[in-house]
Design a protein around this ligand. Sequence first.
Ligand code: NAP
Ligand code: FE
Length: 367
Amino acid sequence: MKHYMPVRVFSESGAVEQNAGLFRECGSRCALITGKSSAVRSGALADVSEVLNRGGIPFCAFDGIEQNPSVRSCITAGRTASAFGAEFIVGIGGGSALDAAKAAAVFAANPELNEEGFYRKEWENTPLPILLVGTTAGTGSEVTKVSVLTDSRGRKHSIHDDRLFAAAAFGDPKYTASLPQAVTLSTGIDVLSHCAESYFNRNADEISRAFAMRGIRLLLQPLREAAEGKEPDLSQRQALYDASILGGLAICGTGTCFPHNVGYYLTETRGILHGFASAYFLPALLEQVMKKMPEYGEGFFRELGVSYEEVPTLIRLCLPENGITMTEEEILSVLPRWENNNSVRNTCCEVTTEDIRGILERQFMKN
Ligand code: NAP
Ligand code: FE
């Protein structure tokens, strides 16, 4: 079932302060879930604390969420929230903290739940209400019912559930002004991946394509300038953030396809930032579509108003030097992971395991 807009989204300067009443509506005790420093550096924690203090809402803060968060950290965060008697969760940060906040809302309502029970969705109690404050312009996690976590074996999995939708999400472009350039680029290119993987997805429809197309249009110019080394101004930050929300809405309807799933492997084994990891495979997605569904691919570039070559060029400009190497043995040993894989199958044209083998070999086998 596709849900495009169940989350109330406020994407504007002053979004948190202007919607203080929504915090009160969610409950009278709160748990904040954040990463180590971004909530402070972005200024978002100060705004949220101010709103909670003014509303007389006591809160506890859990700041132990790492990048590509582990289920273990989410269990600790959820149990901390439960012990405090939190009635709602506020996640502040990039996709990692926001995804962790969704899972923490599950564990806070079900403090006895373990990792297996979480993935099997043996959630006896409804997750606590969730509010999300984004500090990257990237994942669109604010509007999705998805939480991407790393399991105890070190594998990234996404869990999808309607109960993970936030009650509301707040984005203020000033929060993204403190992003280091590498994270601006990695998260910006993640938006491009979401929009393209949604557009070139079997589940795409007129609504998801409209979100995806508009997201890319908003994104191209500010992302190109950021890749050329120019610091985005506030209106460009706003455009990048709005594009990230549009990308989130697009994948909310369709899911992602093979670049994201294959990219998880680069993050797990090489620690590559999430956005870069998927984007390494984005040119290959475009090539596959142009080869196997040329009319659909050409229609996309026509509507976008750019030539085919411009997109891979922009991707290369954003990506750091590819120092990744893989041996034939490694590629062969990891390939089974993409056999009968749902995300790979969601690509609008057929992508076989042999195709993925070729993509990995061309990109990472250095002779
Ligand atoms: P992130 O992992 O949340 O953050 C990357 C780094 O940037 C962290 O070191 C973080 O610091 C820092 N940072 C964040 N905001 C900052 C700011 N305003 N100023 C300075 N530093 C800041 O990055 P992300 O790309 O947004 O999220 C990636 C995660 O989201 C991945 O796990 C990915 O799989 C997931 N994802 C989820 C969805 C979804 O629909 N749910 C979609 C795509 C991706 P701190 O550590 O201090 O926070
Ligand atoms: Fe992503």
